[in-house]
Design a protein around this ligand. Structure first.
Ligand code: NDP
Length: 295
């Protein structure tokens, strides 16, 4: 069974992006800039935001983090976003979720200039993805990272049946729409399953490519997988494990041990899809820089 090594691919990709950033810096004197806004003090969000800023700096991009207090009003946040929309040094804007209760996430998503929406959450970007305008939109980083992994491992997709379990706006829906596109890298027949789907194994057993984005540890077991399938595990779940120093460990939505005995290729958790998400955020930021500067 082939392990699809997202950690390695993300490192290769970051090296390529670093070279790209340096080339543009020499040619134009400018570098791509990503600004992340964090509202409140959620500890997990602070770790994610720090990692994003650190990785930006590693590849030579300009990165700023704007920290706003937890009692920030929606109007204050929207004003800050507007400032960044108008700032020519900022090519990517990201507002870390979750947001405090007084702020409507959708209002924030649509306030970001679609041309700087490197998360790919804006309806214009999602709409362009659905319409197949991939070179004119930003694709949500996790599905985009999965596509990159499939491409780099030469996984055949044309005419294959791809089953996506999960229909969130940030993973399941864009993933399914991506795999449906008429292109050499996709062109799948696509089925989407969710919590109201009856008899999920009936669908997953037909999958040549099975993508699990559910958020339930070990949900996909070996008896739900067709022998030889390619299995992509998006889930990140914390489970108790007294044998570890922290008392917990991270597992995916797929029972790795059971499924790895019958799949032809699989992403591990950790080290599969996860590391690709930040790398694709930087790739989107570089694309934004190229588009804004006509490069
Ligand atoms: P959401 O909670 O937004 O969506 C989960 C989806 O799974 C929903 O569509 C839900 O269905 C479906 N679902 C839940 N229970 C079942 C069930 N019993 N049977 C079938 N479908 C079910 O999660 P996300 O999409 O944001 O994330 C999914 C997982 O991926 C999480 O573990 C998350 O941590 C991880 N993740 C990992 C990332 C990475 O970088 N590796 C990035 C983003 C997420 P319904 O719509 O009917 O409620």
């Amino acid at each position: 069974m082939l392990i699809i090594d997202g950690k390695k691919v993300s490192l290769d990709l970051k090296e390529e992006l670093k070279t790209g950033v340096e080339t543009y810096r020499k040619a134009t004197g400018k570098v791509p800039g990503l600004t992340v806004i964090i509202v409140g003090h959620d500890p997990a969000s602070q770790v994610y935001v720090r990692n994003k800023a650190k990785t930006c700096k590693e590849i030579g991009m300009f990165s700023t983090v704007i920290e706003m207090p937890s009692d920030t009003t929606q109007a204050e946040l929207l004003e800050k976003i507007q400032e960044l929309n108008n700032d020519p040094a900022v090519h990517g804007i990201l507002v870390q979720q979750p947001l405090p209760k007084q702020i409507d996430e959708f209002a924030v998503t649509i306030a970001i200039d679609p041309a700087k929406d490197v998360d790919g959450f804006h309806p214009e970007n999602l709409g362009r993805l659905v319409m197949g305008e991939l070179d004119k939109c930003f694709v949500s980083c996790t599905p985009y990272g999965i596509l990159e992994l499939l491409g780099r491992y030469n996984i055949e997709t044309k005419g294959k049946h791809c089953v996506v379990v999960g229909r969130s706006n940030i993973v399941g829906k864009p993933m399914a729409n991506l795999m449906l596109q008429k292109s050499d890298a996709t062109n799948c027949t696509v089925t989407i399953c969710h919590s109201a789907t009856k008899n999920i194994p009936h669908y997953t057993l037909q999958a040549d490519i099975l993508i699990a984005a559910i958020g339930k540890a070990g949900f996909i077991t070996a008896d739900m997988v067709k022998p030889g399938a390619v299995v992509i595990d998006v889930g990140i779940n914390r489970i108790e494990d007294p044998s570890t120093k922290s008392g917990y460990r991270l597992v995916g939505d797929v029972d790795f041990e059971g499924v790895s005995a019958i799949a032809s290729a699989m992403t591990p958790v950790p080290g599969g899809v996860g590391p690709m998400t930040i790398a694709m955020l930087l790739k989107n930021t570089l694309h934004s820089f190229q588009r804004i500067n006509g490069l």
